[in-house]
Every structure is written in C-alpha cells, then in structure tokens.
Design a protein around this ligand. Structure first.
Ligand code: HEM
Length: 88
C-alpha cells in the first residue's frame, strides 16, 4: 500500500461524495471511507451523510467518543487544506 499523504482541498473532498468513492473530513483529517461503509455500526446511509464534507459536527452530535483514527488510520488521505486569507 503506502499511498502518499498530501493536503486535500475542500473542493477535492467535495468531489468524493458517492458510495463507491467516499471521502470524509473530521477534525482537519480526510479519510477514504469507501471500504468502511458496510462496517459502520450506524449503517452506510448514516455515514454517507458525512461524505464529501467536514463531518465533524455530525460526528460529534452522534458519538464524539468514537476513535475514528484507530478505525480509519489506514484510510487516511491527508490533512484538510484550510484557506487562511490572512496567511502570507
Ligand atoms: C454508530 C452516525 C461517522 C463509527 C453510529 C450511530 C449513528 C452514527 C446514528 C448509532 C448506531 C446505533 O446505535 O444504532 C454517524 C454519522 C457520521 C458517523 C452521521 C458522520 C457523518 C462515523 C465515523 C466513524 C464511526 C467517521 C469511525 C470510523 C461508529 C461506531 C459506532 C457508530 C464505532 C458504534 C458506536 C457505539 O455504539 O458506541 N454512527 N456516524 N461513525 N459509528 Fe458512526
């Protein structure tokens, strides 16, 4: 495996919003959830609500205690690129 990790822009994240190609952002980290969908205890449809977006608020509303990084560590794509207008 060993895919390279690189920053993901919000536009790129948004493009991965179908069950066959689903990425999810949480706390500044983007994961490819495609292969986890069938295993999500809340069901694939629930998890798909967070596909293509920063799903942090949704996630925290349901189960802030879940250790997503231990479950999805191998599905990590990269950090979510945050635009900072005041950055140089
Ligand atoms: C359980 C929704 C993201 C892992 C659940 C349940 C819901 C839900 C409704 C409850 C299922 C039940 O008790 O019948 C969502 C939504 C998400 C989201 C809306 C984001 C859009 C994630 C992510 C992970 C995850 C990213 C980590 C890979 C789990 C686990 C449970 C669970 C482990 C069982 C938790 C427990 O019983 O304590 N989810 N989920 N979920 N979800 Fe998610």
């Amino acid at each position: 495996v060993g895919g390279r990790v690189r920053p993901v822009s919000p536009n790129e994240l948004a493009a991965h919003n179908t069950p066959n190609d689903a990425w999810l952002g949480i706390r500044g980290r983007v994961y490819n959830i495609t292969h986890y969908l069938p295993f999500h205890p809340g069901g694939p449809e629930e998890l798909m609500r967070g596909a293509g977006i920063d799903a942090t608020p949704l996630f925290d509303k349901v189960h802030p205690w879940v250790n997503y990084d231990s479950l999805l560590g191998k599905c990590f794509v990269g950090p979510l690129w945050i635009d900072r207008p005041d950055a140089e």
